[in-house]
Write a protein that binds this ligand. Structure first.
Ligand code: AMP
Ligand code: MG
Length: 388
């Protein structure tokens, strides 16, 4: 059994050249942008009005200004502003020559072609050329693209973006006791929740799931499914059959199919039997079958690999908060992930009976980490939580 840090290092040390592709921005949500981006332009590209109003020279304190023209957004001004004159201007329009201030429309009356200010205008209401961004500035570093990044890339004028290709991730759920939702359960059977849970995790990680169904605990069935998945996928995930039971064939069948085991058994709770291996450029995880273990090991290990393949370090969103009650444990050998509710500044551990207790996750919005060696956290102690 190895420590969690060693297991993470083994994943992060894997060498892989993973392809990139250009996609339209509308397709880019959730994808990993592999290179940073510099701005090809100034933003805004011209000094522009931040308010509807009257553009004047700020040194000109006349009591009335003759309106030379009306400048709408997208127009090019044709008149130069001189003393006693202004142009009526709309938000977003280019400032006319000679003007550096806008008296907002609410602060002046308009009569017979003149603007008559009645309230002092305290602000300039102009966005200077390149005030937000200069050509050549670094705008984005490599990241997973969310809506705001897509907005930023569009604002730079790019219709497409270079992203890491989406890995195809095979899902093999092993277990002779499993039935798919919608089927009738016979005695001794349970529903296969991992198949859909893992597929959903794969989709939310920006990858493509490929479901191979339920594989009964039999060497031949498992070997056939593994061989097929090795031909069709970039990453292969198996759930169940990875521990020490008589019918836990996953480790040996994977090796029989050419996979080299890189680690098996990690000092974590839940998820100790976790297996990681590689066959050429295909990565394989054997995830323990208990649904909370499957969930947690995907979040912690599989996501790390997915980001690593794209050349990035996976950094979960972490919170710090104060424990609402004491947490105590006897076994301190493993790093433990415990479902919690983050409520404001407080972290409330959920009553959780173990790794088969999937419905305990319903309320959880975070996972508290208890590192190995720690036996107790006191009430009020600050703990680290990753959001889920
Ligand atoms: P295993 O890792 O195969 O020893 O399975 C551990 C526990 O998880 C057993 O109680 C299994 O019945 C359960 N389990 C395994 N696979 C699944 C699955 N796909 N969905 C729900 N529970 C599962
Ligand atoms: Mg099993």
């Amino acid at each position: 059994m190895i420590k969690i840090d060693e297991a993470m290092k083994i994943i992060r040390d894997q060498k892989i050249v993973w392809p990139v592709e250009k996609v339209a921005l509308i397709e880019a949500l959730g994808r990993i942008m592999v290179k940073g981006m510099t701005s090809p332009l100034d933003s805004p590209p011209f000094a522009k009005a931040a308010m509807d109003g009257f553009a004047i020279d700020s040194k000109d304190n006349s009591s009335k200004y003759k309106i030379l023209e009306i400048i709408g957004a997208g127009d090019t001004p044709t008149k130069k502003i001189k003393e006693g004159t202004c142009s009526k201007i709309m938000t977003g329009a280019m400032m006319p020559a000679g003007a550096d201030k806008i008296i907002r429309v609410e602060f002046a009356d308009e009569q017979n072609g003149f603007a008559l200010p009645h309230t002092p205008e305290p602000t300039g209401n102009v966005i200077a050329k390149a005030e937000n961004l200069k050509a050549g500035d670094i705008v984005l570093t490599p990241c997973r693209l969310e809506a705001k990044e897509i907005g930023i890339i569009a604002s730079l004028g790019f219709p497409k973006v270079e992203v890491s290709k989406r890995p195809v991730i095979g899902v093999l759920t092993t277990g002779s006791e499993l039935k798919n939702p919608g089927e009738k359960l016979a005695p001794g059977q349970i529903y296969n929740s991992n198949g859909l849970q893992m597929s959903a995790q794969i989709i939310s990680a920006g990858c493509i799931p490929k479901y191979y169904g339920i594989i009964v605990d039999d060497r031949k069935s498992l070997s056939d499914a593994v061989a097929k998945a090795f031909r069709e996928c970039d990453i292969v995930l198996l759930s169940g059959g990875v521990s020490k039971g008589d019918y836990d064939y996953v480790p040996e069948v994977l090796e029989d199919n050419g996979m080299k085991t890189l680690f098996h058994r990690v000092a974590i709770k839940p998820g100790r039997p976790l297996l990681f291996g590689r066959k050429d450029d295909i990565f394989v995880f054997g995830l323990p079958g208990n649904p909370v273990s499957t969930f947690v090991t995907f979040e912690v290990f599989v996501k790390t690999l997915i980001f690593h393949m794209a050349g990035m370090e996976y950094k979960p969103t972490l919170y710090k908060g104060k424990l609402s009650r004491k947490v105590k444990r006897r076994d301190t050998e493993r790093t433990e992930f415990h479902p919690v509710i983050i409520r404001g500044e407080s972290v409330e551990p959920i009553k959780y009976l173990g790794s088969s207790h999937l419905n305990a996750m319903a309320e959880a919005n975070g996972m508290m980490t208890i590192p190995n060696g720690i036996a107790e956290y006191k009430e009020g102690e600050t703990v680290s939580v990753r959001s889920i």
